[in-house]
Design a protein around this ligand. Structure first.
Ligand SMILES: Cc1ncc(C[n+]2csc(CCOP(=O)(O)OP(=O)(O)O)c2C)c(N)n1
Ligand SMILES: [Mg+2]
Length: 338
């Protein structure tokens, strides 16, 4: 039923490629493959988008898709503001090209995707039904969890993983939905795998879950009838963080899978609930003018807001983009070499 193709090296490359395309969508209107040094004209005139959540989305998406590789698996994204990440992954997989002939997986398609993100007449800034596989207008947090349960209702063959932000976890709808496993668990329905993205921050402040001790958060999750499983990538070095979190993810998914199978056999078990701990804006710039960006609310939207006019910010952006070594992963004619 489940794939055995969980290749860490491949997942790392996919995450690097998705992170690069995420950042390129937010900032660039030209020079998408960094053929030359970034200049002001390469930067979009109005910078929009939400970076902070995206690296976590790219990690979860690629670990899950590598583990659950069958048609009965689906992924539900709570933070619709993480659209650049979703779009990046769908582009890499060729799903955008299926509905939009210009989104070819070569240089011209990459340019098209990046230039038209949050651009007049182009792609939106949040998930919307024009995106393949999306049925809801993104922007209002809280419903993802309930949707996941609705999706598997009466479909024991289905598994869905639902990613919710720790800010979203403060909404009434998401918190009330924590009770749904009491009604919808069991062998007649499918399996829901909630993943709480514990990046510690919402728009401009810390989250309550982010300030709880590990023990207190685990007990909260247990109290709702789940089995908490922690995956973490909060090391100082971004590449090391991703390395750790992929290993943790693989173990967590195996554990979750075993619990789901036991529930399907009719055993009484509390379903799994993954807590994914990462820095907000992981792999992004660490600081700007002495202010912390990575692992802080300041990475929520556009972390280098003056990249068009400020040479220093532009240089940080160029270093940031280059850190993904995208050119090793992409052939401008043949597309992705991952
Ligand atoms: C119901 C609702 N309330 C408020 C907002 C405004 N809003 C947009 S993003 C955001 C923060 C989300 O934080 P979190 O869920 O932790 O996501 P992160 O970006 O940290 O992954 C908020 C409050 C919203 N979109 N929907
Ligand atoms: Mg958050």
């Amino acid at each position: 039923m489940y794939g055995s193709g969980f290749s860490k090296e491949k997942i790392k490359k996919k995450i690097r490629a998705a992170n690069y395309i995420t950042v390129a969508q937010i900032f660039l209107k030209d020079n998408f493959l960094l053929d030359r040094q970034l200049i002001s004209d390469d930067i979009k005139p109005r910078l929009l988008g939400h970076w902070g959540t995206c690296p976590g989305v790219n990690i979860a998406y690629n670990c899950l898709k590598s583990y659950f590789d069958d048609e009965n698996f689906s992924f539900i994204l709570g933070p619709g503001h993480g659209f650049p990440a979703l779009q990046a992954n769908l582009f890499i997989e060729g799903e955008i090209e299926k509905v939009d002939k210009k989104a070819t997986r070569n240089r011209s398609g990459l340019e098209y995707i990046c230039k038209n993100f949050s651009w007049p007449g182009g792609f939106p800034s949040h998930c919307t039904p024009v995106t393949p596989g999306v049925i809801c207008e993104g922007g209002e947090l809280g419903y993802a969890f309930a949707m996941a349960y609705g999706y598997v209702l009466g479909h024991p063959e289905k598994t869905t993983a639902v990613l919710i932000g720790d800010g979203e976890f403060e909404t009434a709808t998401a918190l009330a939905s924590m009770n749904l496993n009491k009604m919808l668990s069991g062998k007649n329905n499918g399996s829901v795998l909630p993943i709480l993205h514990l990046n510690g921050y919402k728009i401009s402040a810390p989250t309550i879950a982010g300030r709880k001790s590990e023990r207190e958060l685990n007990e909260l999750v247990r109290g709702f009838g789940f089995t908490p499983i922690l995956v973490r990538g909060d090391n100082e070095d971004a590449e090391a963080a991703i390395d750790y979190i992929i290993d943790d993810f693989e173990n967590a998914l195996k554990e979750a899978d075993e619990i789901f199978r036991a529930i399907k056999r009719g055993e009484k078990k509390n379903p799994p609930f993954i807590i994914m701990k990462t820095d907000k804006g992981l792999t992004g710039p660490e600081e700007l003018n002495g202010e912390k960006l990575r692992g802080n609310f300041k990475s929520h939207q556009v972390p280098l807001p003056n990249a068009k006019t400020d040479k220093n910010e532009r240089e940080i952006l160029e270093k940031w983009l280059s850190s993904y070594r995208f050119i090793e992963l992409f052939d401008e004619e043949k597309g992705f070499v991952i």
